[in-house]
Design a protein. Structure first.
Length: 257
């Protein structure tokens, strides 16, 4: 008899994932990685045209995809994405809470409206999406909240709203894990990515990553989107079945320098 295939716990065949912020960057990388591991994917973001491109990439891997224009600050939109995923794809097993907003405004000039907008997307939006997805998960599941290394350290930028919202997301992750892991069988974890090439990093001043951050990254380079995505796939599946309430850092070593 052949030995069991050790990669089985890392397959997602028969599962359905929801990915928010799926129109660009790490959201696209994660959505396609989840599909490559066997999951069908419901895609949410505000930009419907870009979502269609991600859906085509998922379908090219042989998996089903639906694209649902979603603003996570609207609780009704979050419920709509979760219920549509279940209605059209049959179930909900995984949520990658990836939608996020970053600003870099000196605190003394940042208005309450600007601060609250970041919190609404990064924290309240994640809460609303998590509760909407949890209502559709029948027999356990995995929720992965995408925080940031800026929840654990600083980056030399004025990011009070962003750092506060991403740090609060770690507390939300722990609380949802203690509420749902035993009673509902839903594992809830947080991912803290470091510096990956995304639309957010495109906004940095020329030379910022090279001059300010390069000496803090022990591995000596920016992350590759597929490295973030591989960690998300791991947390999504049965291979991470004994991990909940955890913060997983994917940052090349920034947070220990």
């Amino acid at each position: 008899m052949a030995p069991p295939d050790p990669t089985d716990p890392f397959r997602l065949d028969g599962k359905v994932a929801i990915v928010t912020g799926a129109s660009s960057g790490l959201g696209v990388a994660a959505a396609t990685a989840l599909a490559r591991a066997g999951a069908d994917v419901a895609l949410g973001a505000r930009r419907a045209d870009a979502l269609a491109d991600t859906a085509r990439a998922v379908e090219a891997l042989g998996r089903r995809a639906i694209a649902v224009a979603t603003d996570v600050t609207d609780p009704n939109a979050c419920e709509h994405l979760a219920t549509t995923a279940r209605e059209e794809l049959g179930r909900v097993d995984i949520l990658l809470n990836n939608a996020g907003l970053a600003t870099a405004i000196p605190a003394i000039r940042e208005t309450p409206e600007e601060f609250n907008r970041v919190v609404d997307v990064n924290l309240t939006g994640c809460f609303q999406m998590a509760t909407a997805a949890a209502r559709q998960m029948d027999d356990g599941g995995s929720i992965i909240n995408v925080s940031s290394v800026i929840a654990l350290t600083t980056a030399g930028l004025p990011q009070a709203a962003y750092s506060a919202s991403k740090a609060a997301l770690l507390g939300l992750t722990r609380d949802l894990a203690q509420q749902w892991s035993g009673r509902k069988g839903i594992r809830v974890n947080a991912l803290c990515p470091g510096f990956f090439p995304t639309e957010m990093t495109d906004q940095y001043l020329p030379g910022y990553l090279e001059d300010k951050m390069a000496n803090r990254v022990l591995i000596g380079r920016a992350g590759k989107p597929e490295e973030f995505a591989a960690t998300a796939v791991f947390l999504a599946g049965d291979g991470a079945g004994y991990i909940t309430g955890a913060t997983i850092v994917v940052d090349g070593g920034i947070t220990i320098t």
